[in-house]
Design a protein around this ligand. Structure first.
Ligand code: AMP
Ligand code: ZN
Length: 137
């Protein structure tokens, strides 16, 4: 637990939250400033800054839980779609530096924006990037 981390405090129940689900590893709650109705966050109770810190076992359990929550959201909210979003680093939009997964229900005609401009690429560039990342695994 990091003393100055708001999500550590929420995860451990020291700050009240609109909790949907809780077990020994995770808390699932409603985002206080939702992108759409029913926007959920899955927060591990252990502090990890971001995806680079997260261990594989926790990540596996977390995504398994995400599938369960997503199905429950679909049934309860009757949303038309759902985005899974997870931000790492300020440039990527991370504002709370405790790993969390967003589950954002989508509705026909909503104004939620999660888009980017596709760029052109060429085969040699793709191959060079492939090789660089492959070597780093
Ligand atoms: P991110 O920008 O990916 O770091 O997401 C942080 C999210 O946490 C934002 O969507 C905030 O609205 C949400 N948030 C911040 N404080 C709270 C809080 N006390 N309870 C619920 N959600 C929060
Ligand atoms: Zn934390």
């Amino acid at each position: 637990m990091k003393d100055d981390c708001i999500f550590c405090k929420i995860a451990k129940g020291k700050i009240p939250s609109a909790t949907i689900y809780e077990d020994s590893h995770f808390r699932v709650l409603l985002d206080v400033n939702p992108a759409s109705k029913g926007h959920c966050l899955i927060i591990p109770k252990e502090h990890f800054d971001n995806i680079y810190d997260l261990d594989g076992e926790t990540a596996g359990k977390l995504f398994s839980l995400a599938t369960c929550i997503a199905r429950a959201m679909k049934d309860a909210l009757h949303c038309d779609g759902l985005n899974v979003v997870q931000n790492n680093g300020e440039i990527a939009g991370q504002t709370v530096m405790h790993f969390h997964l967003h589950l954002i229900p989508r509705y026909e005609g909503d104004q939620v924006q999660l888009t980017w401009t596709p760029h052109e690429s060429d085969q040699s560039e793709l191959e060079a990037i492939c090789q660089a990342i492959r070597k780093a695994i």
